[in-house]
Ligand binder design. Structure first.
Ligand code: MG
Length: 388
């Protein structure tokens, strides 16, 4: 029997986790699952344990961990909390982890996996937004590949095969524009949670769907691209492409341009990250451009989508700014989803958090954790003031 690749999936009950398991189902002889992790969806996790027989699971939410222990009696390790997720990530027999956690919680397990020389397929952008310098330096030191599962970064990676870094003039990340691309900015004040969760092209978790509606998701991708490909902010552009067929472009110094195309199906970048740089054979739906007929491209409106502008500013400023950007965004998005603030206030709150922060230089994971924690407290205060 050939050697099976041993992988762990962090966030196996979320959208990317489920699609990763879909891909692995199609090639299951090639993969062995070591660990699966979840936050609160323990029944779904239990189904996954029955099907994939992992060595263990980790459950972040403590109450859910105890529920799982009470309800199920599997012959596998059951780990608890962030420590448990980090243990699953750095398990010495992992060849690769799929890191599909939500938000800042991805930073620590990713660093732990890298320090154990484990390859990272990264779907969680907040990790590189908050800790890009630390993560990429640790990856270089430990000779670890970080392959982004994001469709845009997968596209750039594919376009760069066989190219020299000094041949790149700039990259252009495409954005669908989300549900409000055509909504006049005057109407932003009345947008509901339901409308914001209704993404035109991609089915994703709630947090990233709101980030797509504000274009913060694209701002995070700009920062992520900076770390993954070593490019400056002025070499990374964003273009609105409502059809989500062209996943990104690379412009070269000789004025040639490469693009990668495909139907909006996350299983394609997942499978590419799983077996990079070799392609796996899958019969997903075929792209037929005669059926699509129109591909449109527009410049983004940074006045309307303030979050994208704030992301560029944070990248240019560096230091603690991207950490504040991310933490303030996580709190603001959660408040919006909890019906506490309005859609247009998300960017206002982040802007206040950035402008009123006490700047701190960032040299360690402790510094990052400190700024993240402080920003969350302060952002809640900003929100309380706005609501009163
Ligand atoms: Mg993306």
């Amino acid at each position: 029997m050939k050697d099976r690749k041993k992988i762990s999936i962090l966030g196996s009950t979320g959208s990317i986790g489920l699609q990763s398991l879909d891909v692995i189902n199609l090639i299951e002889d090639d993969y062995q699952i070591n660990f699966l992790t979840a936050n609160t969806r323990i029944d779904l996790l239990a189904q996954q344990v029955e099907k994939y027989h992992p060595i263990g699971v980790a459950i972040t939410d403590e109450a859910s961990y105890w529920d799982f222990k009470k309800k199920y009696n599997f012959d596998c390790k059951v780990l608890c909390g962030e420590d448990g997720v980090s243990e699953a990530a750095s398990f010495s027999e992992n060849d690769l982890i799929i890191q599909a956690l939500v938000g800042f919680s991805g930073v620590r397990p990713t660093l732990e996996a890298i320090s154990h020389g484990i390859k990272i397929a990264l779907a969680n952008k907040e990790t590189l937004v908050s800790a890009g310098k630390l993560i990429t330096e640790a990856a270089a030191r430990n000779n670890v590949d970080i392959i982004a599962i994001d469709s845009e970064h997968s596209a750039i990676l594919q376009c760069l095969i066989g190219e020299n870094k000094d041949s790149i003039k700039k990259i252009v990340l495409t954005a669908s524009g989300g549900p409000f691309f055509r909504t006049p900015v005057e109407d932003f004040i009345n947008l509901s949670v339901k409308e914001a969760l209704n993404h035109p092209n991609w089915q994703m978790g709630n947090k990233i769907t709101i980030d797509s509606a504000t274009l913060m998701n694209k701002g995070f991708e700009v920062i992520e691209a900076h770390w993954l490909f070593g490019l400056n902010a002025d070499q990374i552009e964003v273009i609105i492409h409502p059809q989500s067929i062209v996943h990104s472009f690379v412009h070269f110094v000789d004025s040639s341009v490469k693009a990668q195309l495909g139907l909006p199906d996350m299983r394609i970048p997942i499978s590419y990250a799983l077996n990079y740089p070799r392609r796996l054979k899958f019969d997903f739906d075929e792209l037929d451009l005669t059926q699509i007929t129109t591909l449109e491209f527009y410049p983004p409106d940074l006045q309307k989508f303030r979050c994208l502008d704030l992301a560029y500013k944070s990248l240019n400023e560096g230091g603690d700014a991207p950490i504040v950007l991310n933490a303030a965004n996580e709190i603001a998005v959660k408040s919006f989803l909890d019906y506490q603030i309005k859609f247009h206030q998300i960017s206002q709150i982040i802007e206040i958090a950035l402008e009123t922060r006490q700047k701190k230089s960032i040299n360690s994971i402790e510094d990052i954790n400190y700024v993240d924690k402080e920003t969350r407290i302060k952002t809640k205060e900003i929100i309380n003031k706005l609501r009163n």
